[in-house]
Design a protein around this ligand. Sequence first.
Ligand code: ADP
Length: 392
Amino acid sequence: MSDAGVQDTAAGRMDPGDPKAFSEFLQVVLENVTTAIFVVDRDNRVRSFNDSFRVLFPKPADRVLGQRCGNAIGCINAVSEDVLCGESSRCHLCGLRTDTFRAFTERVPTFKSRLVREFVTDGGTVLKYLQYTTRPIRFTDDEMVLVLLDDITELEERKLELEALNEQKNQLLGVAAHDLRNPISAVQMYTAFLLQEEKEPIPDKHRKVFERILKVSQFMSGMVDDILDISRIEAGKLELNRHPGDYAAFVRENADMARMLAGRKGIAIEVRLPDKLGEVAFDPDRLEQVLNNLVGNAVKFSPPGTVVAVEVSRSGGWVTTRVIDQGPGIPAEEQGVLFQPFARTSVRPSAGEKSSGLGLAITRKLVEGHGGTVGVDSAVGRGSTFWFTLPA
Ligand code: ADP
């Protein structure tokens, strides 16, 4: 690894007992590593570098070897002020410099840190995203620092592009859902009105159609609300209004409401609460959404005559809520997509209920917003347990 890098070796025929051949072999390995590697001395001057370094910072070897790190790599801080690396007004902010220095003074390595900087090359100035690792090394009593640099510019630029596209998608979804909300509510309202009209009742043959319109528009309005929630959450605009409250009482009340719906399907709701739970900080509106979704799913996917249990327990600083059903269970290979938007499995609702695949994605985001996690334990034929934790 030097300006005179040995490219052509008889590595295939190398005798491991021959130190010269072995060193040549190592040289070739270093020259062929795609990571840019260089070594600096105590004065932060480049003592050696490999071929990939040349590719990343193309310039003649004499403008690299013996030069201070920033000058060798064309760091904008040193070049724009025309000073030595370490003497510019911004050098004290340089992470690479600090980490190299620490590697000398404290013998502490750095692993995969990020450096975003403009570099001046013979062709102009370019912005690069680099990932660097530093390691203190010693060679014949000389202390040095080995620096490994990976150019992650393309990856970072793609990431920024994707983030911008995702942001646009969220805005579009948000605007579309928002604009759909009013017309859908109007359809819902007018249909409900016509169905209740007593003076001029709708003929029986039309009643079924109107009832169907009402049901579909109710589903659409739920879906529009879910889409609005998802786009709001993804845009980081979800605000949680958390305050300490009686979580056990909250769960009991929620189960009472669910019991009415479940009863129509012949499903019983059981609540299991610990004797003493204490207060938990939560946003009641948002956690109601979480419980409604999990209990609603348990009811939706279970056959009549079964039991859905809502169980709360506390351990090690966490309160765990489990919604346990005796439904069909979810095949293991399909469980990986749960909690992702629009993910549905082969398990279909047991009484033809509608399904959008948004509920669990929203649930996950809301629970994570509370600092908790979500999960599922399920096996075909043995029911499902959807659970989430909250910090106690
Ligand atoms: P939706 O219920 O509207 O489809 P969700 O995101 O809440 O949306 O659920 C996604 C999918 O996960 C469901 O379509 C279903 O396939 C599966 N699922 C959720 N809960 C259960 C459950 N308790 N039992 C079996 N499958 C479930």
